[in-house]
Design a protein around this ligand. Structure first.
Ligand code: ADP
Ligand code: MG
Length: 694
């Protein structure tokens, strides 16, 4: 009966079929998302304890940690008279000698490590009352098959009420099923990157035979993960490239004439990235490009160049922004940039309907768009709704969104009547280092604006000591009296207060009643309705208010040139990149601007971290530092950025990313549909389901 049950176990068997599991462990497994044998095989240790170097008793080093292994010769509890504390004295013997062992306050050891038990002990050797002894060592019994000790021992995350010991026992006999995992990495890739087989890697990752083998297992498993990610990117890209777009041929003279109408000369990076875009859209396959550039680096004009050319080819464009305010800002900037060009511009959001000539109705805009009478429609995602459709949309630009999702793409399909697909350009001010960008957005081409326009003043940044708070307030008051404006950003203090109403409201009250009683102050937080937010922003832009107290909702893209002060409370709660984004809200006009960082009780590390903002003004440099210090998950937030949830591969491992990228493109070149590699195709499908990227 037992035998026949065992035979039926496969990779897909539920763990509850493997053996009887008590309720506590059942629940723990469920919480960890471990349902099948396969799940468990891919539940990797978080670290290892290295018991692999067992020291013979006669070779121990005094004052250092040693791991010894042998048999318990005697063990006995006693109680000290003075403190009434239980002491366990034992004697451990190996082939080379014997050593006294002492534990305190662990009376159960007397019966747990009975005379005759084989144990591995790790601890420090020191001088005791009776000569050398090992005091309070970590202990583990070992049996015939030493799966816990005497080697490199896996330690699993113990957050879910499940011990590593329990997992080891459960997992060890299941490892034989590892060979049922199909090898899906093509042979040529296995060979050229010297990867070990998956089966072996799984065995070694759980029960390493040596550090060297563990290294190989890690490499194999990290490789396969990043390889799948890159294959997924390239696969998607290949699929995308099969679609047809309308080619938008470049015309040097047209562009040159337009550029002379601009109020400034383009930076080299603006020219370079615009050129990359022109090269893309002159093909009849859709562009899929990400334009990265620090706040204020001038992405809008690059977008305008592409919009301009597109309109000259009688194609329409959409510009999508995440909020109504940003849409309105884009509309106004584009209106300025296009003031000498006969381009029909529209603003279409839930509440606003404008053409270049002024306010209009929703019906009229819908009609004009459908008739092809609007060249460039700026708006929020309302532009993608069913009733709105263009006549012939050639270009879609999305601001502050890294990736245009499959869903939005589908929505867009409905909103254009033309047969070809539009070209896509996403823009973001979140500076992502190139290697990470390849891991995250490997399906996109990437253009980066690094250089800032020359007239830009750097924002003076200072980490302010709590003692100087009053002085700072005086300084701010002085600036406000001169007609300048200030932002005050507050973090979310309580987890439950996800919209940040509490902290920001308190700060607002404090500033309004005590600190700046005769200054007009306004409040912005996530709980306000869209329209309320809009009017708060409008008042600030119209200089009706001098101080805007806000949660991080002001992070993206707001342009108020008259604001010169950015004051950030609880700065240690924000990442460097995010702080840099806040800082980018000021320094947009020609006046000197300031960023003041307040920190409640900075630890040494956060102090150091915040200090870097004083000297580093490049968003890219800051994001690299941020990545180094906090890792990609913390920096970009797994959810928000669609950061894939990888188990083994590191998103900051540049070599791995480069290697897997190369391997993936070799494979895609050989078989774009992956028809030649069915096992890989199957694995890719399940990978895309589990990793949740996009
Ligand atoms: P972002 O990249 O943050 O979207 P914007 O496109 O809003 O930046 O540009 C920020 C400001 O810089 C705008 O006021 C814009 O007019 C100005 N600007 C853009 N390019 C240049 C340039 N080459 N020289 C001078 N000013 C520029
Ligand atoms: Mg912008």
């Amino acid at each position: 009966m037992k035998e026949s049950r065992k035979k039926d176990i496969t990779l897909d068997s539920p763990l509850t079929d493997v053996r009887k599991i008590d309720t506590k462990h059942k629940e723990a497994l469920k919480r960890l998302g471990l349902k099948t044998v396969r799940d468990l095989l891919f539940y990797f240790p978080v670290k290892y304890e290295d018991f692999s170097t067992i020291t013979p008793i006669n070779k121990m080093v005094i004052g250092k940690k040693n791991t010894i292994q042998g048999v318990i010769k005697e063990i006995k509890n006693s109680t000290t008279r003075r403190k009434n504390m239980v002491i366990t004295n034992a004697m451990l013997e190996d082939d080379t000698g014997a050593l006294p062992i002492v534990w305190f306050r662990q009376p159960y050891l007397e019966s747990f490590l009975k005379t005759g038990t084989y144990v591995t002990l790790t601890g420090t050797i020191e001088h005791g009352y009776n000569g050398l002894q090992m005091t309070s060592p970590a202990y583990e019994k070992y049996k015939e098959e030493s799966i816990h000790s005497g080697r490199i021992v896996p330690v699993y995350s113990e957050t879910a009420n499940i011990t590593s010991k329990w997992l080891r026992f459960f997992l060890k006999p299941l490892l034989k099923h590892a060979k049922e995992c199909p090898e899906f990495i093509p042979k040529s890739i296995i060979d050229s990157y010297a990867l070990i087989p998956l089966d072996l890697a799984l065995n070694e990752i759980h029960f390493p035979s040596s550090k060297k083998e563990l290294g190989k297992a890690r490499k194999r498993l990290a490789f396969q993960e990043m390889f799948l990610l890159q294959i997924a990117h390239l696969f998607k890209r290949a699929r995308f490239q099969k679609e047809r777009a309308t080619a938008i041929p470049f015309d040097e003279e047209l562009i040159r004439d337009f550029v002379t109408t601009l109020p400034f000369t383009l930076t080299d990076d603006q020219k370079k990235t615009a050129w990359q875009i022109f090269k893309d859209i002159e093909k009849d396959e859709p562009m899929n490009r990400l334009l990265e550039g620090d706040v204020g680096s001038g992405k809008t004009v690059v977008a305008a160049l592409a919009l301009f050319l597109t309109s000259k080819r009688s194609l329409q464009s959409l510009v999508l922004a995440p909020t109504e305010i940003l849409a309105m800002q884009h509309f106004n900037s584009l209106k300025k940039l296009f003031r000498k060009s006969p381009i029909e511009l529209a603003l279409y959001t839930r509440t606003q309907h404008h053409t270049k000539d002024g306010e209009t109705t929703e019906e009229e805009l819908i009609e004009k768009l459908a008739g092809g009478h609007i060249d460039v429609a700026v708006g929020t995602h309302t532009l993608l709704k069913q009733e709105v459709s263009g006549k012939n949309i050639g270009l879609v630009i999305v601001d502050e969104q890294h990736r245009f999702g499959v869903k939005q793409r589908a929505e867009l399909k409905k909103s254009s009547t033309s047969k070809t697909k539009p070209h896509f350009l996403s823009m973001t001010a979140t500076p992502i280092p190139r290697t990470l960008a390849l891991a995250l957005y490997g399906d996109l081409d990437i253009s980066i604006i690094k250089e800032m326009p020359k007239n830009r003043k750097t924002v003076q940044t200072q980490l302010v000591s709590p003692y100087d708070r009053e002085k700072m307030y005086d300084f701010i008051k002085e600036k406000i009296d001169q007609g300048e404006q200030a932002f005050v950003v507050c973090p979310l203090i309580e987890e439950s207060d996800t919209l940040g109403v509490k902290s920001v409201t308190e700060e607002y009250k404090k500033l309004n009643t005590h600190v700046f009683p005769d200054v007009s102050i306004d409040l912005l937080h996530g709980k306000l309705k869209k329209d309320e937010k809009e009017s708060v922003m409008q008042r600030f832009m119209a200089k009706k208010t001098s101080i805007l107290v806000s949660t991080s909702v002001i992070e993206v893209g707001i342009d108020v040139p008259n604001a010169t002060i950015m004051m950030i409370e609880g700065a240690e709660r924000f990442g460097l990149s995010q702080l840099h984004q806040f800082r980018g809200r000021v320094g947009r006009g020609d006046k000197q601007s300031y960023c003041f960082l307040f920190s409640e009780s900075p630890s040494n590390t956060s102090f150091e971290r915040l200090k870097t903002l004083e000297s580093v003004h490049s968003g890219f440099e800051l994001s690299e530092k941020d990545l180094e210090m906090r890792g990609p998950g913390e920096v970009y937030g797994v959810r928000q950025s669609g950061l894939p949830d990888l188990k083994m591969a590191s998103l900051s491992d540049a070599t791995l990313i480069a290697e897997t990228r190369e391997a993936a493109s070799t494979i895609i070149k050989e078989s774009a549909s992956l028809k030649k590699f069915p096992a890989l195709k199957r694995e890719l499908n399940s990978f895309e389901k589990t990793v949740h990227f996009e």
